[in-house]
Design a protein around this ligand. Structure first.
Ligand code: G6P
Length: 587
């Protein structure tokens, strides 16, 4: 989703701003722009499409001599991706970039139009810009303070004023940080943007106003705030593809390593994990792949304990009627820790006095900071928009939680613990079978529809398999409970329609095989992923047999690599699929 970088220092900011934007490309965007400023002039250059087209434009311009600038990658919300709608926006004295959504933009715009303000875009951002300009009478902090009392919604702004040589920033419900270099200060929407320049940074809290001149001053409601300077632990080379053609592939290949890192602290030591059996009900709330990880968690917990678990899409949970009449734990799952709907769901539970536990990757993110307790996965930075390794670790963490709950319930013995140690090795073996996935991909990549089927845990796993495939390859794909396909959707199955069946649950294996027969009889190309040898179909990927708790972890990589190979054969922009954003910081 949208990204921000800002610079104030001694250098011409162009190179930093462009590199910063490239570092934010992974978040997903459809247009971009930069604004430069010196004492006499403001120069704004914007472009639709990739940063490379902005770069080309910038390089063809006579740039002004300056040492301050702001830049932005936009993921369209209000108005189509176009040069006019791209940021930075300028109204009067004020030039700014914005992440988030101003919810009362249309009301405010009506008022501003009455004052004869001229708008050049369809964006809510330009309205915010006009509002700050309206309140600006020479004191920037005062104008920003007045404006944020009027603006509703979410925002991270990086701003400069025509008659001031200072840079300003402010945020609410959308992250922003300040980075400290040698006589240089950076502003960014996440640390990945600036990590090759500095690892020293401060988090900007809600409605703190940052003023960057010769020194940095942060105020909240007029009172000076002393910021803690943090040291980022991610390294600049995590942005390196390490010889892989795509980040997605690199990140899938990292799975054994990050699994080892994430699981290690818990081997022979489950004390560090909460005991879910202390609760009467568990709500798992998340979006996208994180929600599908939750579906696996739900199945594992319910099948192995007597706990009730619901999984909810955060954008629904935040608005629906939720009855908290039992001792409930709300588990939020989020790679970024910044997904707007998941944050809102967390706050709803907290407001109701309900305990919250976050499974999160990004330390220092909003969800990591505001949730009652946290379990961190060790994915490191994930650059490909479509999540792979982070999803894998979310599943692994839920597997551990389910296992501990099952142990407490007395429904399993502790021999399963030994399996945790071999999971990374098993996953490595699965990843080594690249040729098998390519062969399957070659047989399905030119189809219009692909179906995934499974029952119980296998269905839970197949949902993400289907999502991954459609995200990166743009092939229409759906996951079905194996017994349900025949209630309608089987009408779409005909000669050669690929149906990928996951069959690892031995208790209902025969039932799923019957469903495979049903689609085979209608001409489907049948691809089976199973922990047993099942013959008589087009392709079989046989995965090692594991306990229920860890079985999904050896199926997930097969599905991810099939999706990857299919997308590659179709020539898709694998790391940056169209319309998708990595971290969805708006509703
Ligand atoms: C976006 C991403 C998905 C991700 C979802 C939730 O839709 O494209 O890959 O699963 O957001 O993100 P989170 O950071 O909360 O896990």
């Amino acid at each position: 989703m949208c990204g921000i970088v800002g610079y104030k220092g001694k250098q011409q900011p162009k190179d930093f701003l462009l590199e910063g934007l490239k570092n934010l490309e992974y978040r997903g965007y459809d247009s971009s722009g930069i604004a430069l400023k010196n004492d006499d002039e403001i120069q704004i250059i914007r472009s639709v499409g990739k940063i490379s087209s902005l770069e080309e434009k910038v390089n063809n311009e006579n740039l002004i001599n300056c040492s301050m600038g702001i830049a932005h990658t936009r993921w369209a919300t209000h108005g189509i991706p176009s040069e006019e709608n791209a940021h930075p926006h300028r109204v009067g004295n004020v030039t700014l970039v914005h992440n988030g959504i101003i919810e009362n933009a249309s009301e405010l715009k009506e008022e501003l139009l009455k004052d004869n303000v001229i708008f050049n875009s369809e964006t809510d951002t330009e309205v915010a810009c006009a509002i700050i300009n309206k309140y600006y009478e020479g004191n920037a902090v005062e104008a920003i303070n007045k404006a944020i009392k009027v603006l509703k919604g979410s925002y991270a702004f990086c701003i400069f004023f025509e008659d001031s040589d200072k840079l300003y920033a402010v945020r609410k419900d959308s992250p922003l940080i300040i980075g400290y270099g040698e006589e240089e200060v950076y502003v960014a929407s996440d640390i990945a943007a600036i990590i090759s320049y500095t690892n020293k940074y401060s988090l900007i809290e809600e409605n703190e106003i940052v003023e960057i001149g010769d020194r940095v001053t942060v105020t909240l409601d007029g009172n000076v705030v002393n910021k803690e300077v943090l040291t980022a632990t991610i390294s600049a080379d995590s942005k390196d593809k390490c010889g892989y053609e795509h980040y997605m592939l690199k990140e899938i290949m990292e799975e054994p390593l990050v699994l080892e890192k994430t699981l290690k602290p818990y081997i022979d030591n489950l004390d560090k994990l909460p005991d879910l059996t202390e609760y009467e009900e568990i709500h798992i709330v998340a979006c996208g792949s994180a929600m599908y990880a939750g579906m696996i968690g739900k199945t594992l917990i319910e099948e192995n304990t007597n706990l009730r678990v619901t999984v909810e899409v955060a954008s629904e949970y935040r608005y629906k009627k939720v009855i908290y009449d039992r001792k409930t734990l709300v588990i939020l799952i989020s790679q970024s820790g910044e997904t707007a709907d998941t944050i809102a769901a967390m706050r709803k539970a907290k407001m109701a006095g309900i305990e919250t536990l976050a499974i999160v990757n990004v330390v220092g993110s909003t969800i990591a900071r505001e949730s009652g307790s946290q379990l961190f996965i060790e994915a490191g930075p994930e650059i490909a928009v479509a999540t792979t390794k982070a999803y894998m670790l979310q599943v692994a963490m839920l597997s551990l939680l389910a296992y501990k709950a099952a142990l407490s319930s007395g429904l399993v013995n502790d021999s399963v613990m030994n399996e945790i140690k071999i999971v990374p090795r098993m996953v490595r073996e699965i990843l080594d079978r690249r040729d098998d996935y390519l062969e399957i991909a070659k047989s399905i990549y030119d189809r219009d529809d692909i179906f995934f089927i499974g029952r119980k845990i296998d269905y839970a796993v197949s949902m993400e398999g289907s999502l991954k495939l459609k995200e990166v390859s743009y092939i229409h794909s759906e996951a079905y409970q194996a017994g349900e396909l025949k209630h309608g959707t089987i009408s779409l199955v005909d000669d050669g329609t690929p149906v990928i069946s996951i069959i690892t649950d031995k208790d209902i294996k025969e039932k799923t095989i019957s469903n495979v027969q049903e689609v085979k009889a209608r001409g489907a190309k049948c691809i089976i992923i199973s922990n047993e040898e099942i013959t008589g179909y087009d392709h079989l990927i046989q995965v090692p047999e594991m306990s229920d708790f860890f079985q999904p972890l050896v199926v997930v990589p097969c599905l991810q690599l099939i999706a990857y190979e299919v997308a590659k054969l179709r020539g898709c922009d694998i790391d940056k699929p169209k319309n998708l954003a990595k971290s969805v910081t708006v509703e």
